[in-house]
Design a protein around this ligand. Sequence first.
Ligand SMILES: NC(=O)c1ccc[n+]([C@@H]2O[C@H](COP(=O)([O-])OP(=O)(O)OC[C@H]3O[C@@H](n4cnc5c(N)ncnc54)[C@H](OP(=O)(O)O)[C@@H]3O)[C@@H](O)[C@H]2O)c1
Length: 380
Amino acid sequence: MRKSRRKFLKNSMALGLTSLIDPFSLEASSGLIQQDKKLKILILGGTSFLGPHQISYALNRGHEVTTFTRGKTVPKIHADLFSKVEQLIGDRENNLEALKNRKWDVVIDNSGRKTKWTEDTAKLLVDNVGYYMYTSSISVYYPFTGEDFSEKRSLVTEIPDDIDEGERGTYAYGVMKATSETATIKSFGADRSIIVRPTLIVGPGDRTDRFPYWLARLEKGGDIIIPGSRTEVVQYIDVRDLAEWMIRLCETKAAGIYNGSGPGFDMTTNAFVHGIHANYTSAVNYIQIDDNKFLEENGLIGIQPWVIQLPQYAGMSKSDNSKAIAAGLTFRSLSETVQATKKWWYSEAVSQERRDNILTNERSLMRREKDILAKWKQRT
Ligand SMILES: NC(=O)c1ccc[n+]([C@@H]2O[C@H](COP(=O)([O-])OP(=O)(O)OC[C@H]3O[C@@H](n4cnc5c(N)ncnc54)[C@H](OP(=O)(O)O)[C@@H]3O)[C@@H](O)[C@H]2O)c1
C-alpha cells in the first residue's frame, strides 16, 4: 500500500497533479477538509446575500450547516443547496425557541439588525456553541475622518445630538454594529469571538443596485459621468471572497477583529471604471466631474462604491485590510466579479422590473444623467 502510494505520488507530481487528484490527500480537490475538522455551523440568517455563498463554500468543504430565519426570504442564490441545510424557523425579535438546547461549533450572526438581537442570541448560545462570529461593518468607523482605519480605530458608540438629520441613519447603523460587537465579546469573551467588518459587499445576489448600476451603465455606453477625481480610491469586497474567508476563519478558529475589504491594492476610480468596461464592447466617453459642490447639488455624492471626498466620508475607502490578508483573505479579479454579477443579473434570479428600474427610475442617475450633463456643460 505504502509503495503504491509513493508510486502514485511520484507519477502525479511529475504531472503537477498532486494537490488536484491525490486520493490520499487530506485536502482533496473538492476542498473537503479532514473528517475531524468538520464543523457544525449555525448561521443566523443565511438566505439572502452573504449567507448562501457561505453555505455553498461550507458544504463544499464538508461542514454541516443550519440556518435560522423567519422563513420569509426565499433564497435566490444557490437555491438548490438548501435541501442539504437544516432550516430552523423563529424570529430574532421574539422567538428563539428553535435554538434552545442545541450544540454547534460556531455561530455566524449575519442577521444582526439590533444590538438586543445579538445580546439575546449570544447569551442563549454561550454554553452550547464554541465561537461567535459577528458580521459587522466598516460603518463602525463612521464618520470616516482622520487617517487610521485599522481595527484599532475607536468606534462610534453614540449618535451626536447636533448632527444633520440626513446623517442620523448612518450613525444609527454604525452604533448598532459597534454595540453588537461589544455584546458578542461580552458574552463569548475575546478568545471565542470573531468580528468581521466588511466594506461594501458586491457580487451575485446583491440586494442593492450600487454595483449593478456601474455594470448597466458601462454596458450601455455613451457619455458617462464619472463623479469625483479619477485618483480617488475604491474599495469593495466580492461576496464570495468574503464568504469563503469567513468560513476559513471559522475553521482556524481565528478569534479577533478583522476589516473585510478589497481589493488587495489601491484601486483608483479610473482603474475601477476601466476594469468593468473591459467586460463590455460599448463605445464610451467618460466625463469627469470633480466639482464637489456641483456633485452635491445634483445628488451625485454617493455613487458607490466610491464616495465623494466630503469630510465625513473621506476615509470610507481606506479601511486597512492587512490583518485580514495575513489571516487568509484573498481576492478575485474585478473581471471575475463583473462576469459573475453579470450572469446573475441576467438570470431568473433578478426580475425584469429590477433591471428596468436602473434604466428608467426617475431617481436613477442613468435617467438624470443627460440633464446633469447639460447643466455641467453650461457651467463649464
Ligand atoms: N451589503 C453590504 O454591502 C454590507 C456591508 C457591510 C456589512 N454588511 C452586513 O452583512 C450582513 C449580511 O446580511 P445578508 O442579508 O447578506 O445575510 P444573509 O445571512 O444572507 O441573510 C439574512 C437573513 O436574515 C433573516 N432575518 C431577517 N430578519 C430576521 C428576524 N427578525 N429573525 C430571524 N431572521 C431574520 C432573513 O430571512 P427571513 O426574511 O426569512 O427572516 C435574511 O434572509 C448584514 O449584517 C449586514 O449588515 C453588509
